[in-house]
Design a protein around this ligand. Structure first.
Ligand SMILES: Nc1nc2c(ncn2[C@@H]2O[C@H](COP(=O)(O)OP(=O)(O)OP(=O)(O)O)[C@@H](O)[C@H]2O)c(=O)[nH]1
Ligand SMILES: [Mg+2]
Length: 300
């Protein structure tokens, strides 16, 4: 007998959802930064053992007050993942104030989880940041009072602690079923998507303030070449003219830095050498423009 199912990983921005997906897969598939709202659309990662295949959906963080159409799209991805899921993981940063964690439990996305009747696992993350592990107990007790959760477990995604136990717990809640994908397969999303994400990751890493949040990346050329470096061109899109100069930097220094860091990540992921060409384009207010968002691949 084998088990197969979809698992949605949901939670507040910065809880460590993408870090958890990467810890499970043993691969840096989903981009991680110290800034909240890094993930903007779901990232699909497949984890296979001899007895189970688990398709994880790492979702954008639950934004309580959507400001732009982009945020509404992000929330749409969370709803979609919950709808597809057989099991839902609610990931909580143990260092977050209890009040804001409890507020999250009243978010429409979590209310949908409640209504669905699907098994929900409370996963307490960042346990490495607690000197006294027992300090998590009152938080866990309070969260369990909500009656949402079937199970709970405390982990450290960053330090790979208790990930095996979590996987066993998930497996016990999965329905019986045949594998839908080859056991070696890591994702069904196109490489183009991951390439654009690795570039965006560097914009998050290297710029401050509103720049990362005003930026999107679109790959415009992707050619796999025999015996030569692969050729990738991408546009970094900003929503105001004044941001273009900041991204490029004096004598193009900043953009070159983004390019060289992103190229290293892309080469590591694809396992080939690439030539990466970046352009900065202004698309005024793209975050609030449905047509622009669709062109950038948002599909909700
Ligand atoms: N100390 C510690 N830090 C962690 C842990 N897990 C994640 N982090 C850090 O928390 C920050 C956010 O991690 P992400 O994985 O990007 O969080 P996320 O939930 O995907 O965030 P969004 O995509 O913005 O919703 C990063 O700096 C991670 O290194 C953990 O177990 N311990
Ligand atoms: Mg994320």
């Amino acid at each position: 007998m084998t088990r197969f199912g979809y698992i949605a990983i949901v939670g507040k921005p910065n809880a460590g959802k993408s870090t958890l997906l990467n810890a499970i897969l043993g691969e840096r598939l989903s981009i991680v930064t110290p800034k909240p709202e890094t993930t903007r659309r779901s990232v699909l990662g497949i984890y296979s053992t001899l007895t189970a295949q688990m398709v994880f959906l790492d979702t954008p963080g639950i934004v309580p007050r959507p400001k732009f159409e982009l945020h509404r799209q992000m929330i749409g991805y969370i709803h979609q993942a919950i709808e597809e899921a057989n099991v839902v993981i609610v990931l909580v940063d143990v260092t977050d104030p209890l009040k804001s964690i409890l507020q999250m439990l009243d978010d429409p996305t979590i209310l949908e989880v409640r209504k669905s009747g699907k098994p929900v696992i409370l996963v307490i993350n960042k346990m490495d940041r607690l000197e006294e592990k027992a300090a998590a107990l009152p938080i866990i007790t309070k969260l369990l009072e909500s009656g949402i959760f079937k199970d709970n477990i405390a982990i450290s995604a960053k330090n790979n602690k208790f990930i095996g136990d979590l996987l066993r717990l998930i497996e016990s809640h999965l329905p019986e079923g045949e594998f839908m994908h080859d056991a070696e397969m890591l994702s069904t999303q196109p490489q183009l998507f991951f390439v654009s994400e690795f570039i965006r990751e560097q914009v998050f890493a290297l710029f401050r303030d509103e720049i990362p949040y005003s930026t999107e990346v679109k790959v415009i050329k992707y050619s796999e070449r025999e015996k030569r470096k692969w050729m990738i061109s991408a546009e970094i899109i900003v929503d105001r003219m004044s941001q273009k100069g900041i991204l490029i930097g004096a004598k193009g220094q900043s953009l070159r830095e983004v390019g060289s860091q992103a190229r290293a990540r892309i080469e590591e992921h694809l396992g080939v050498e690439v030539f990466l060409e970046l352009f900065v384009k202004v698309r005024e207010e793209w975050r609030d423009n449905e047509r622009e968002l669709r062109d950038l691949g948002y599909q909700i």
